[in-house]
Design a protein around this ligand. Sequence first.
Ligand code: NAP
Length: 309
Amino acid sequence: MLDLAIIGGGPAGLTAGLYATRGGLKNVTMFEMGMPGGQITGSSEIENYPGQSAVVSGMDLMESWPAQAMKFGLKHEMKQVLKVTKNDNIFQIELEDGTKQEAKTVLLATGSVPRRAGFVGEDKFFGRGISTCATCDGFFYKNKEVALIGGGDSALEEAVYLAKTCSKVYLVHRRDTYRAAPSTIEHMKHCENIEEVTNVDVEEVIGDNMGVTGLIVKSKQTGETRQLDVPGVFVFVGRDVLSDCLKQEDGNYLCDVNAQGEVVVDLRMKTSVPGLYAAGDVRIDAAKQVVCAAADGATAAVNIIEYLG
Ligand code: NAP
């Protein structure tokens, strides 16, 4: 029987693991099906993590976190959690290999995954010229032209990153103003090889047996279409939370969630079910920052220790 099962090994899960084990909990396991570190390891440049004034990659930022938590006793199981249920005040955690694990408390720190934009050709060419990770795939387009879709922080930051490797980046956005932070917009505007293609809808990504060959966009003002001949398209249109493991047999979630499936928590990261907590991007009103996810994890762990008495 675990004192605490942490689901997800990003900044929230790892920080919760550190605080819970260092705070005295003996039996704490973090279930993370991939390498610990979380979605931030796909970001190429972080310049707003406090105390870290040099611009670092997400991979570099997270490198030391797992070892620090494991030093105090956090265990890692590289398994996917399919379902969490609760009976007689004990949580049952169903794992991908068909086994079950019991726990007195559970912290959901599963974060989110890149959202699909929904244009024609997106599914067909995903992984064959369409990517959601500039750090992972940018190098394949060295000295080539690429297109990038989106107008938030992720899109503009990754456009700036890609502009260093690629000969040209078309920044394709459905409006003519951006959601990104002003400083990020300024960085983007200073890149001479970024061409802004705004106020357009993405009609289709086209390609052949080898992969993507272009992107067709349509002006919202004139209705004119334009073909951008690029072998690579990067999509950064937001993220969807991963809370499906809370779905029960009857289709309802184990605890309260909002219309987007984000878990409702209070300021202690408590959900509507005693002993079940949520932290990081999977919760409502998340600021979606590494520092905030880490703080959520610490807050949850402190309250879980108190709950277990
Ligand atoms: P986001 O802020 O939700 O932006 C998504 C962008 O994609 C928006 O510009 C949106 O357009 C566009 N979009 C959405 N659906 C689309 C579709 N179907 N087709 C075309 N365009 C579409 O997402 P994000 O950039 O991934 O950021 C998520 C959160 O993480 C934000 O809170 C952000 O501040 C944070 N973040 C912070 C940092 C940082 O601080 N360094 C870095 C990355 C992310 P509209 O603007 O028209 O809605």
